[in-house]
Design a protein around this ligand. Structure first.
Ligand code: DGJ
Length: 719
């Protein structure tokens, strides 16, 4: 299917809306009698005549249904409101004076605007009986099939505040089909982004974070298919939310109706968020995507969108880093870190990251958070001597911080206990002995910015690991009882504001998003950071599952992966060094082990593999990822192919040998069928020249024997 220009059209006479992306169309109409926007289509390209036909037939069909007991548009709504003839869950629920909650639409105007590479449509509605304006926004891109949606709501009253109980970014309607199978990412700490599939029942399915962060337990993304899609085929509808705090995804279905998925910030019951007279509120973006080539094509489209429209500096090659956490824990000092830095540089690392323990009175997790001054017992000359040595060794320097937190045992807390979330007269609950700072307060956010700005101004730092190690509890703001409902939103925008300001002032500093591993992995934080720490679990086998799920939405270029020591702290497993490297080389390679304890053989092997990674990382970090099978099933692989199909890397893994012999051939993807490739991957595949047709149609037979066996295969197009 050839790509075509993206376009946005709205016919004011018929109320028909049509969004065209290079390979998809999306259409809806605004009801002529009730102004309810109704979804009609999302799929392969259609014409304006098709969209008009769909509007007429959908309206006629909805009108012909027995009207008692059902909603006016019955799960076909583009954005269901609370009230009127609506009986499903609402995307927008506002409480007006007198406890009135019902809103009815009146379309006021539409607006189409174009910017470089994109076009936007805004449908502006007024509430028929209240002073409230709501705009539904749509954006299409010239180079992506992803559609961005968001909503703006304005309280037009000059006298009365209203309470917003729910304000979703979008409702995504997927077609009526016998099955609605939802793929989503579940997890927990140290077990993030696990792929799950479940059929939607008639009723509701809610995935959400109630924790103030994106969360380890669910990631804000879903994909719906009819139960038949595979990695390589099938129609898949997916969507995500660009937001790093609490969120809710609610899928609702009624018998024989489409699935309608509401997606937005704030967990159920987070609010209300008071909207003052004249105040306007804009939701985060929810992006949706239709793809016809299975889960593989879906991931390619998301990755390309993320690299083109979300991730800053996405064209960079990320350096190989060393991180001190698993090597030295809280026991960091200048002498020890300088020794590690020398060893890391000798291995070929390019960035040395000093993790937790360098500040305040931090000798464990009970004290120090909030006191962002260098601990001079541990670093007598400040950080400068270490940074200078790291730079002299040819590496960049990175530093760990956890700016949203405070330990009760800290100078900051003793001075400002009121800066934390708490309820008046009650002891707040600590987790990991720490409390969350109220970054919804502008004075606290300004203080955090000041501390970090001073740190980055005083030290020559190239990388910041921004951590966040506990969810919200006791989410009170006693001095501002009217603002309690908004802290769930304003904390996140406070964090965004601090990072954005730091990036503007210190453009040479890259940021890693971390929240006890992958507790804050989403497109909202991706827009202002350079990579993610996907999990604290560095066990290579567990990590394969985590990386497999992560790759469904997030590009490899953002996935930081470390090689660490044995046994892994998480599950005491022991797997060979080469397998550990091959798993970490599937993303942005890092080293997190205690290099003092590595044997000469391990050091030599690590040096070789790091050098090899540098040769292939442009393919891994910037190529197209193909998932060849799933972890844990006999042999499986991940393959990366450059855009010109000239180079490819395949990392093949066998977790457990079953019976005798080698694994079956693995069919490759994405290569030029008519090309000839030089294949280099170990003794049997050394310098073989094979046709693209054979590699795609029959595959390669990896020579793997035993448990935790792995190999790296390189392919280069000869002609
Ligand atoms: C949690 C992070 O995920 C770890 O990598 C490490 O930075 C610790 N916090 C430090 O406290």
């Amino acid at each position: 299917m050839s790509a075509r220009p993206s376009a946005v059209t709205y016919d004011a006479d018929t109320g028909v809306l049509l969004l065209d992306t290079p390979r998809t169309s999306y259409s809806a109409y605004v009801g002529r009698a009730d102004d309810i926007p109704v979804h009609t289509y999302w799929g392969p390209p259609i014409t304006a005549e098709d969209a008009a036909y769909l509007a007429t037939t959908t309206a006629a069909r909805l009108a012909s249904e027995w009207e008692c007991f059902r909603s006016a548009a019955n799960r076909h709504e583009e954005y269901p409101l609370d009230g009127g003839l609506q009986f499903g869950r609402a995307a927008l629920s506002v409480e007006f004076p007198g406890s009135v909650r019902s809103i009815e639409w009146r379309l006021a105007r539409h607006e189409i605007t174009a910017g470089p590479g994109h076009q936007e449509l805004a449908l502006w509605f007024e509430a028929r009986h209240q002073e409230l304006t709501v705009a539904l926004y749509y954006r299409v891109h010239d180079d992506s099939d992803v559609i961005d949606r968001w909503v703006v709501v304005r309280n037009d009253s000059t006298t009365d505040a209203v309470d917003v109980h729910r304000l979703d970014s979008a409702a995504w309607v997927t077609p009526e089909q016998p099955r609605h199978r939802m793929t989503h990412l579940t997890g927990r700490w140290a077990a993030e982004t696990q792929v799950r599939r479940t059929d939607l029942a008639d009723g509701h399915l809610v995935l959400e974070s109630r924790r103030g962060i994106t969360g380890h337990h669910a990631n804000p993304w879903f994909a719906i298919d009819d139960g038949t899609a595979t990695e390589e085929s099938g129609r898949v509808y997916s969507a995500t939310l660009h937001w790093s705090g609490s969120w809710r995804m609610l899928a609702q279905r009624e018998l024989d109706e489409p699935a309608q998925v509401l997606f937005g910030w704030g967990h159920e019951g987070f609010g209300p968020r008071r909207l003052e007279p004249g105040e306007m509120l804009k939701t985060p973006i929810s992006s949706g995507l239709f793809t016809a080539g299975g889960f593989g094509a879906m991931s390619h489209a998301w990755h390309e969108y993320a690299l083109r429209h979300v991730l800053p500096n996405s064209g960079e090659l990320r350096p190989v880093l060393f991180n001190s956490w698993e090597a030295t824990g809280f026991d960091v000092d200048e002498v020890g870190q300088r020794a590690l830095a020398r060893q890391a540089a000798d291995l070929g690392c390019e960035l040395f990251v000093l993790d937790d323990g360098w500040f305040g009175r931090r000798s464990g997790d009970r004290a120090g958070l909030g006191d962002w001054w260098v601990n001079t017992d541990r670093f007598p000359g400040g950080l400068k001597p270490l940074i200078d040595e790291v730079h002299a060794l040819g590496m960049g320097f990175g530093l760990w911080i956890e700016p949203e937190m405070v330990n009760p045992d800290s100078d900051l807390y003793r001075a400002h206990p009121e800066w934390t979330y708490h309820y008046a007269g009650r002891e707040p609950h600590t987790m990991r002995h720490q409390l969350v700072l109220n970054l919804a307060r502008t004075d606290v956010a300004e203080w955090v910015f000041g501390e970090l700005d001073a740190l980055l101004s005083a030290n020559d730092i190239q990388f910041v690991k921004w951590d966040m190690n506990r969810p919200f509890t006791d989410a009170g703001w006693p001095e501002q009882p009217d603002r309690q409902g908004r802290l769930w939103l304003d904390h996140v925008t406070g964090v965004y504001g601090v990072i954005d300001a730091l990036r503007r002032k210190h453009p040479g500093v890259a940021f890693e998003a971390c929240s006890g591993g992958g507790g804050r992995v989403d497109f909202g934080i991706m827009a202002r950071t350079d990579q993610f720490w996907p999990s604290d679990n560095t066990d290579a086998l567990d990590r394969r599952y985590i990386q497999h799920g992560f790759s469904h939405l997030y590009p490899v270029r953002t996935m930081s992966c470390w090689v660490t020591d044995l046994p892994t702290f998480i599950n005491k497993r022991r797997v060979p060094l080469t397998y550990r490297f091959h798993v970490a080389m599937a993303g942005v390679l890092g080293i997190g082990g205690d290099l003092n304890a590595w044997t000469a053989e391990e050091t030599q092997e690590a040096r070789r593999l790091i050098a090899q990674y540098k040769e292939i990382r442009h393919i891994v970090q910037h190529g197209r990822l193909h998932r060849l099978g799933e972890p844990g099933r006999s042999a499986s692989a991940v393959q990366y192919v450059t855009a010109d199909r000239k180079e490819s890397v395949v990392l093949v893994y066998q977790e457990a040998q079953q019976y005798d012999g080698n694994p079956a051939p693995i069919r490759l993807r994405g290569l030029a069928p008519g090309g000839r490739y030089r294949v280099d991957g170990g003794p049997v595949l050394s310098d073989a020249v094979l046709s693209g047709a054979l590699l795609l149609g029959h595959g390669i037979t990896p020579q793997l024997t035993g448990d935790y066996a792995s190999t790296l295969i390189r392919l280069e197009l000869l002609d």
